[in-house]
Design a protein around this ligand. Structure first.
Ligand code: F6P
Length: 326
């Protein structure tokens, strides 16, 4: 087992609120344990191009409350090539880095696994994505803040929807997963959600709308994942325009505002706990694991399992939505 002396941290893929709190936790836990800590700017692109600098405790002062990532992030295609990965390894070797902490989503974890399968480096993942689509953790860093942002928007849209008796299709992020739409649908009192995980969810929607009409509901809020079966709110409205012709429909795409903003208390708390656990796991000789959060406890799960297993949507949530639409 290699003794860990030098560690590096990077953020990769889409940024999420709380990534800075996670960077801070990794850096300070490393220093607490007598390690030299390096920050890699611009994700895997920075590994390839040696954007690697030492980080001291003061470099992470005053960032716990900041959205985005001070290390910047990127989606690197070059890292997927043999030459790109070799260049990244040469830079890690040059700085004698023994463990790499990757804060990101499943694509970023795949990169970490590929690196550690080829070269002698420990890789530890921290789940950072607003989508909450990582198996092995109840929440990902950034999901809670994104939900709060969405709910703030839904509440505002509800005011105008009800004033004009309109139906709003509110599109939220989630290319492959409907966790933001589902949770915010419940928390925002939506009539229905349209998400990638549920086939034929338009049928449920039209049934709900009919029932609502019978109950004299005058306005409707529908949360649509960008990756729903129809391919987002505009495509949905176009596909089912005949069915929607009696409604005054408006569409709001919330977009990247969901990725920004100061992290919620929960995201800071989660990121801090996972950062400490991740560094301690590496010191304990663990590699290819992700620090996750299950039933309010930090857990370590194999990165491979986190990447290969699809996180399931809890059926109880659909039931809750359905019951509360009565
Ligand atoms: O993976 C997080 C995410 O925010 C998705 O929900 C969204 O589809 C995607 O990133 C957008 O990526 P980009 O900012 O590269 O357009």
């Amino acid at each position: 087992m290699t003794t860990i002396k030098n560690i590096a941290v990077l953020t990769s893929g889409g940024d999420s609120p709380g990534m800075n709190a996670a960077i801070r936790a990794v850096v300070r836990t490393g220093i607490f344990n007598g390690l030299n800590v390096y920050g890699v700017r611009h994700g895997y692109h920075g590994l390839i191009n040696d954007h690697i600098t030492e980080m001291k405790s003061h470099h992470v002062s005053n960032i716990i409350q900041r959205g985005g990532t001070i290390l910047k992030t990127a989606r690197s295609m070059e890292f997927k090539t043999e030459a790109g990965m070799e260049a990244a390894w040469q830079n890690l070797k040059k700085h004698d880095i023994n463990a790499l902490f990757v804060i990101g989503g499943d694509g970023s974890f795949r990169g970490a696994m590929a690196l550690s399968s080829k070269y002698p480096i420990s890789c530890i993942g921290l789940p950072g994505t607003i989508d909450n689509d990582i198996w092995g953790t109840d929440e990902t860093i950034g999901f809670d803040t994104a939900m709060n942002t969405v709910i703030d928007a839904v509440d505002k849209i509800r005011d105008t929807a009800s004033s004009h008796n309109r139906m709003f299709l509110i599109e939220v992020m989630g290319r492959d997963a409907g966790f933001i739409a589902m949770n915010c649908g419940i928390a925002g009192g939506a009539e229905a959600v349209l998400i990638p995980e549920i086939k034929n969810d338009h049928l449920t929607l039209f049934k709900t709308l009919e029932e609502g009409h019978a109950h004299k509901k005058s306005s409707n809020i529908i949360l649509v994942s960008e990756g729903d079966q129809a391919g987002g709110a505009f495509k949905f409205a176009e596909k089912y325009k005949d069915k929607l012709k009696n409604y005054d429909v408006r569409i709001s795409i919330l977009g990247h505002i969901q990725r920004g903003g100061s992290p919620s208390a929960f995201d800071r708390f989660l990121a801090s706990r996972l950062g400490v656990a991740a560094v301690e796991a590496a010191l304990d000789g663990q590699t290819n694991v992700m620090a996750g959060y299950k039933n309010s406890k930090v857990v370590l799960v194999p990165l491979e399992k986190a990447v290969k297993t699809r996180k399931k949507m809890d059926k109880e949530l659909l039931h809750v939505l359905d019951v509360l639409n009565t």
